[in-house]
Design a binder for this molecule. Structure first.
Ligand SMILES: Cc1cc2nc3c(=O)[nH]c(=O)nc-3n(C[C@H](O)[C@H](O)[C@H](O)COP(=O)(O)O)c2cc1C
Length: 216
């Protein structure tokens, strides 16, 4: 067994400590956020902090690091109030990872890396054509987190595009493993997923039944 009090963790070399803490919270979905500035310059960056906040209204949040560390996505969202979220798949994983590099403001990661901007249904922000699950969010609120100068960015769902119909099951569940949407841990490790089981809504004292295979 290994036991690490925070006083010990605090003494570790900073990159070792960052890897340890970044991977401690476990697997997260990983997405590319597409934005545009007021001059029409597109931007694309990878984010793994997407979080479901509620389904009615459909609100989705993510954490943006301090502005100096990750300036462009946040500035564009503030300016245009619209952004896209695009799942990452193995076919363009390397390019998706590369979007985390600090490109200058005037360089679009789409052009630099060869991902294809796609414009759907009058949303000004670019989607990623190569992504099979993508949605648009309109800005609702940016909550500064004073503790560490990060931001909780909250958006409201505008629309969803699914490139492969079979991932949408008859009860509305999206079986994302069927389209190889990836997840990540820390800031450099990516994983594919496999469905184990789905279970009926849990009730106290009742053994949960497995949901029988629905559709595809
Ligand atoms: C796997 C992975 C996940 C990341 N998740 C986040 C995140 O949730 N929030 C964030 O601010 N930066 C995250 N980053 C870092 C950003 O991608 C990086 O700072 C990027 O340069 C931001 O670009 P921008 O200035 O164009 O917004 C992540 C990087 C990697 C490799």
């Amino acid at each position: 067994m290994q036991f690490f009090p925070h006083t010990t963790i605090q003494t570790w070399e900073r990159f070792y400590r960052a890897n340890f803490i970044n991977s401690l919270t476990g697997f997260k979905s990983v997405s590319l956020i597409g934005t545009v500035n007021q001059k029409g310059q597109t931007n694309l960056a990878i984010f793994s902090s997407m979080v479901h906040l509620g389904s009615d209204p459909a609100l989705i949040g993510f954490i943006n690091r301090p502005i100096q560390a990750a300036p462009h996505t946040l500035a564009n969202i503030q300016a245009t109030e619209i952004y896209t979220v695009n799942h990452v798949h193995p076919s363009f994983l390397e390019l998706a990872h590369q979007t985390s590099a600090k490109y200058p403001e005037e360089v679009s990661e789409f052009d630099e890396l060869g991902l294809t901007p796609e414009f759907i249904d009058s949303i000004a922000a670019p989607f990623v054509k190569e992504s099979k699950v993508k949605y648009a969010l309109s800005l609702e609120e940016i909550i500064p987190i004073k503790l560490n100068n990060t931001f909780l960015v909250i958006g409201k769902l505008q629309h969803v595009t699914l490139e492969e119909e079979e991932i949408l099951l008859p009860d509305g569940f999206l079986e994302l493993s069927k389209t190889s949407s990836l997840c990540s841990n820390g800031i450099d490790a990516y994983y594919s997923t496999q469905l184990i089981d789905r279970y009926e809504y849990a009730k106290p004292g009742v053994k949960p039944e497995k949901i029988k295979k629905l559709g595809g």
